[in-house]
Design a protein around this ligand. Structure first.
Ligand code: ADP
Length: 354
């Protein structure tokens, strides 16, 4: 729970009954209390992280309009509002707000819940299940055929070894697919900005590069990251590592042997850009939008060979959007690709000053 900062405290700030603020803090959803002039005098941390306030003022014109109706009519109002997740990208918080007049001193209570998010997650999941069933059928079908082949060649040890080896690789494919499905559904379900940690960009990149080292070595590809950044973003560290890891792993998989993959950062106007550039096969312009769709692959045969699940970029896109950012691609066929995750920088100095 957070009471308003000293510098923006209204001159007529009054003590709120402790029972009220304690009750609000115990509720599942978030809330804020507004004094006349729409000055917030009580804000739950979750409401703060949702970006409803900026410089101590309400950002959403829809919410302000609803509050004014409540002040005029003294009746409660329910409405839906959308708040951008960050200064860039299309990610939005879709919130249901209930605005109530409090009898005491013209105060207005705003209760916020993420029900629309729950509905969206439900819809996404339904479509996803349909796709998954289709994707699972391929390795499961292969395993079934291969086991028959093993049984049919029990007197031929060489064939048994051959079929069993293929069974192993299909089983690995199945395991990877299931793991990626779990990863994607976790990312879609979570809200990294609500339980946000301060995450060091340097740590995220170093960890992601380390995780890709074995794949890179096996293809004689050098992955370089030569910088040292002290910038911090707000969100879920593991999700961010997974997103950068997916980009590096793709850069390796879709490049010829003995090439280079470089990771660089660039910060400008409050946004940090984490870019992964390769000297690989590239992606034609017409495919560049589609590659972020679940299970879309430009060349299914190649993706199958590298063990790709078709979910990697979809995960990256969701992680970026959930962190109030976006992912961009620049690519030329047979020259190479650069993927960038762009995220809002978290200003630790400003937070310390508060
Ligand atoms: P996959 O598991 O198939 O790699 P992704 O979602 O990670 O799935 O990527 C989708 C498709 O985008 C890939 O199948 C590939 O065709 C293309 N792609 C992704 N990254 C690159 C890259 N760095 N260079 C060329 N093509 C890429």
């Amino acid at each position: 729970m957070k009471f308003l900062r000293k510098d923006s405290e209204p001159s007529d700030a009054r003590a709120l009954p402790e029972m009220l603020t304690e009750t609000l803090s115990l509720l599942d959803g978030d809330s804020l209390i507004l004094a006349p002039g729409e000055v917030p005098i009580f804000v739950t941390p979750g409401a703060e992280n949702l970006g409803i306030l900026k410089d101590g003022r309400i950002q959403s014109p829809e919410l302000l309009a609803t509050v004014r109706v409540v002040r005029r009519t003294h009746n409660q109002q329910v409405g839906k509002i959308e708040i951008p997740r960050g200064p860039i990208g299309e990610g939005k918080h879709e919130l249901t707000v209930k605005v109530l007049p409090l009898t005491k001193d013209d105060l207005v209570l705003v209760l916020i819940s993420d029900e629309s998010e729950a509905q969206r997650v439900h819809d996404v999941r339904r479509d996803f299940v349909a796709n998954i069933s289709h994707e699972l059928k391929t390795p499961i079908g292969a395993l079934s055929l291969l086991s028959e082949a093993v049984l049919g060649s029990k007197d031929d040890p060489e064939s048994v070894v051959k079929f069993a080896t293929r069974m192993q690789s299909e089983a690995k494919r199945l395991t990877d697919l299931v793991q990626e499905i779990i990863n994607l559904s976790r990312v879609q379900d979570s809200d990294p900005l609500q339980l946000a940690q301060e995450v060091s960009v340097e740590y995220v990149i170093r960890e992601a590069v380390d995780q890709c080292q074995i794949t890179a070595d096996s293809r004689s590809i050098t992955v370089t990251y030569l910088e040292n950044t002290d910038l911090v973003v707000l969100g879920d560290r593991d999700q961010l590592i997974m997103a950068v890891h997916n980009l590096i792993e793709n850069a390796i998989n879709y490049s010829p042997e003995n090439t280079k993959v470089s990771v660089t950062t660039n910060s400008d106007s409050g946004i940090i850009d984490i870019s992964v550039a390769d000297q690989g096969i590239g992606i034609s312009e017409s495919e560049q939008d589609r590659i972020f769709e679940r299970f879309y692959r430009v060349d299914p045969a190649r993706s199958r060979q590298t063990g790709g699940t078709g979910l990697g970029l979809s995960i990256v896109k969701h992680v970026a959007a959930k962190h109030g950012g976006e992912v961009k691609v620049w690519s030329v066929e047979n020259v190479g690709s650069t993927f960038s995750i762009r995220l809002p920088i978290y200003d630790t100095q400003m937070e310390k000053a508060q």
